[in-house]
Ligand binder design. Structure first.
Ligand code: PLP
Length: 343
């Protein structure tokens, strides 16, 4: 991989900001370097800008070395920074596979980067040849989401591998839902593919959406660039501490995932017997995409009057007539199913 060819020239030349905690990293007894308030409280010091302790725990769990880990203020920050690193505004383009997660195109629009949108196949899988045909000399990034949001399915591994070897740019695999999938994470393939970037998050399976912790795994050169362009203290001290504590409780996460998967199976089964449901798409995630027989928007609004909110995806291309339903607790799913039965 020729990273300097892929990087934005201004980013390749960037001399990063050095925070007070960058200039001095050890421990001291008197800190007069960062213009902090000297009166002690739990929060008066700046947090570790490099999140070393949290990353060490992530490294243990994911079996990925520290040099290949970036922590963002949600995956959304990592997505934003990848645009900043690689895409020249008004010049470069990226490829997304639709239908997919909306942030890729919003982030592209914010950065004035052109989006080339290639459709997934009829069963929402990846057609590597169609993607390769769409690549231009200005294509810097291909965004893949597996398991995909809002369709719920995982993408064919051979097709992803084909892109990783044939495309001369960055391939991002967003694995926000990987913990709900029987698929193996692409982090296991980082040594093989220097252009692979894997995104994960603590927002879904780990139950920490409020903390805003996104994980990005990639070649050390890419991670080093992200470290240079991120805001210096992008993860608050509280978030670092609570995330590290939560990551000590792998069992708790696995129990939650097991319960959610059990409920997913039941929800899918019962939805399939519902008279208003036309089709339930197979899911490797903690949600299901459901095609309704009647007008999806009408059902969405009827659910709202019962205090039940799902995601109306019926105006999304290839998701016509569809609602995306998150797997809730047994009680929540029962409320949804009971109401659908009453229609
Ligand atoms: C929910 C989700 C994320 C998570 O974003 P955070 O900013 O980490 O909360 C990322 N990608 C996809 C596809 C998602 O659905």
């Amino acid at each position: 991989m020729n990273l300097s060819r892929l990087l934005r020239p201004n980013i390749a030349a960037l001399k990063p900001y050095a925070s007070a905690r960058d200039e001095f990293e050890g421990t001291a007894s008197v800190y007069l370097d960062a213009n902090e308030n000297p009166f002690p409280s739990a929060h008066h010091r700046y947090p570790d800008p490099h999140q070393q302790s949290l990353k060490k725990r992530i490294s243990e769990i994911k079996h990925v070395p520290l040099t290949k880990i970036f922590v963002g203020n949600g995956s959304d920050e990592a997505i934003d920074l990848l645009f900043r690193a690689f895409c020249v505004p008004g010049q470069d383009d990226v490829i997304i596979l639709h239908p997919t997660y909306g942030m890729y195109s919003v982030s592209a629009a914010i950065h004035d980067v052109k989006i080339i949108s290639v459709p997934l196949t009829r069963d929402f899988d990846l057609d590597a040849n169609a993607v390769l045909k769409a690549v231009t000399p200005k294509t810097k990034i291909i965004f893949l989401c597996s398991p995909n949001n809002p369709t719920g399915n995982r993408l064919n591994r051979d097709a992803i591998q084909n892109l990783l070897t044939s495309f001369d740019g960055i391939v991002i695999v967003d694995e926000a839902y990987i913990d709900f999938s029987s698929d193996v994470s692409w982090v296991t393939q980082l040594d093989k593919f220097e252009n692979l970037v894997v995104l994960q998050t603590l927002s879904k399976a780990w139950g920490l959406a409020s903390l805003r912790i996104g994980l990005c795994f990639a070649h050390p050169e890419i991670i080093s660039i992200l470290g240079k362009i991120k805001p210096p203290y992008n993860i608050s001290g509280i978030a670092q501490q609570l995330a590290e504590e939560a990551l000590q409780q792998v069992d708790k996460k696995e129990n939650m995932v097991r319960d959610i998967l059990q409920e997913r199976e039941r929800l899918v089964h019962d939805l399939k017997t519902s008279s208003v449901v036309d089709h339930v798409y197979p899911s490797d995630a903690n949600f299901v995409l459901v095609r309704m027989k009647a007008n999806a928007r009408t059902i969405y609004e009827a659910l709202l009057t019962k205090g039940i909110v799902v995601r109306d995806r019926s105006s999304v291309k290839m998701c016509e007539g569809c609602l995306r339903i998150t797997v809730g607790t047994k009680k929540e799913n029962d409320q949804l199913l009971d109401y659908l039965r009453s229609l």
